[in-house]
Design a protein around this ligand. Structure first.
Ligand code: SF4
Ligand code: SF4
Length: 424
């Protein structure tokens, strides 16, 4: 069998070509149906279509070339991991996606079925040798954010170099001390991996770069407050998902162009859905590529998603690392503190997240909130009780959904979402 250039690259990376081919064949039509069928999309989304059109090609090639020249690739699963250390040492951080049902069955041969889809999908990608991003990485960085994840990382470490960061359960003084040390240990790990020292100078540069991308995403978020919304929730989600594994400088450029275009749309009163369309804020678990299920159901029903209070949304970009600190120690302290402000349900208490949801719902003029919970995720499911109470008190309608990556419940979800939109 003659392999084309991409297939040869995947084969060199140890990918199971047959299963991978099935995954790629499934993704194309799904993307066509969910994304390319949308009308009146911003031209700036052309870049993201191009990236997804060659999702395991061009970016993987870049990463391999980087590795051939001695550079390192660091893969992560969670927004707690400070990517600035990677950029500072010339390594490339990539966030691994784990948003497909395709990699779940292979994981279920090992993991209990009643594990959240994100954990199963992550593990299945490694076990089934399905993802070239996993294969091209020199190190996978995990975290102790939830019990299922930390146990899965122990198993994954049998197959790939894994480093785990300990995230505290509480944000008090003891938790902060622990996290400050964890961040410094991770810095040492990245220095050891790359052979490059992190200095005040290269870290300041990295902080600036990542902040620049965060600022563009904050700008995008503010533009989504307009009615009519200038961009669909699906497209905004895709831009976030792609930027989590793309080059940071390129993302700043692409997002600047997209935001300039959206600004013009807002000025002219142009949107993707008619003025007055129902506006929904999503809150909850992250949605990794190609998990576009909920957005697609909501927007197919005529509403528009105007924000995501999640790690593939506001938790990825809301907080900037303060710039202007000159010595390395102070820089590490403010950087660690910034990451500790990630309002993940793994913290107790996590009332800051409740405030965020209400603030975002108001700023983005959402008519209602849909709380998205991955099945078997106990942290978010239990925190949803408090989200429910807080939103009821604030007078903001809420629908709680629990789902996974399969399409089995799509009909049932559609019925519930239609009824919710009707009620708003
Ligand atoms: S929800 Fe929590 S564990 Fe998951 S990516 Fe976000 S911060 Fe990490
Ligand atoms: S969605 Fe919940 S169970 Fe799944 S990895 Fe995140 S915190 Fe853990």
């Amino acid at each position: 069998m003659t392999l084309n250039a991409n297939e040869q690259m995947w084969s060199d990376l140890g990918i199971d070509l047959e299963s991978h081919g099935q995954l790629m064949n499934a993704l194309g039509p799904i993307y066509g149906e969910i994304y390319l069928s949308q009308e009146n999309r911003p031209k700036g989304m052309g870049f993201y279509d191009f990236v997804v059109g060659d999702i395991h090609g061009i970016r993987v090639k870049e990463l391999r070339e980087h590795a051939k020249e001695g550079g390192k690739v660091v893969a992560t699963y969670c927004v707690f991991v400070p990517e600035e250390f990677c950029w500072a040492t010339g390594a490339i951080p990539i966030s691994l996606c784990a948003g497909t049902q395709f990699s779940v069955p292979v994981a279920e041969e090992v993991l209990p079925r009643n594990t959240c889809a994100l954990i199963k999908s992550s593990y299945g990608f490694k076990l089934g040798r399905l993802c070239p991003y996993v294969q091209v990485s020199h190190l996978i960085v995990g975290e102790t954010t939830c019990d299922g994840k930390k146990k899965m990382f122990e198993l994954m470490a049998e197959q790939h170099p894994v480093y785990v960061m300990e995230v505290p359960n509480k944000r008090g003084a003891a938790g902060r001390t622990l996290w400050q040390q964890e961040v410094r240990d991770f810095k040492a790990k990245i220095e050891e991996l790359t052979g490059n020292e992190i200095t005040a100078e290269n870290l300041a540069g990295a902080i600036k770069k990542v902040n620049a991308r965060r600022k563009e995403f904050k700008r995008l978020s503010a533009l989504r407050a307009a009615d009519p919304a200038p961009i669909s929730g699906k497209d905004a989600l895709l831009a976030t998902q792609v930027s989590m594994y793309d080059d940071v400088d390129r993302e700043v450029q692409m997002m600047q162009a997209l935001n300039d275009e959206l600004e013009e749309r807002v000025r002219k009163g142009e949107g993707v859905a008619p003025k007055g369309a129902k506006r929904i804020l999503i809150s909850g678990s992250p949605m990794a590529i190609p998990n576009w299920k909920l957005h697609h159901i909501i927007e197919s029903a005529g509403a528009v998603v105007v924000g995501e209070e999640s790690c593939t949304g506001s938790r990825f970009f809301d907080e900037l690392v303060p710039e202007g600190t000159e010595n390395l120690e102070d820089m590490l302290t403010v950087l660690a503190d910034r990451y500790l402000k990630t309002n993940c349900a793994c913290f107790t208490p996590n009332t800051e997240r409740l405030d965020d949801i209400i603030r975002m719902a108001r700023d983005l003029k959402a008519d209602g909130v849909i709380h998205y919970n991955l099945q078997f995720c106990h942290t978010y499911a239990n925190e949803a009780v408090q989200v429910d109470r807080a939103l009821a008190e604030a007078g903001i309608p809420l629908l709680r959904v629990e789902t996974d990556y399969s399409d089995e419940d799509a009909g049932q979800l559609k019925t519930r979402i239609d009824a919710f939109l009707e009620m708003l």
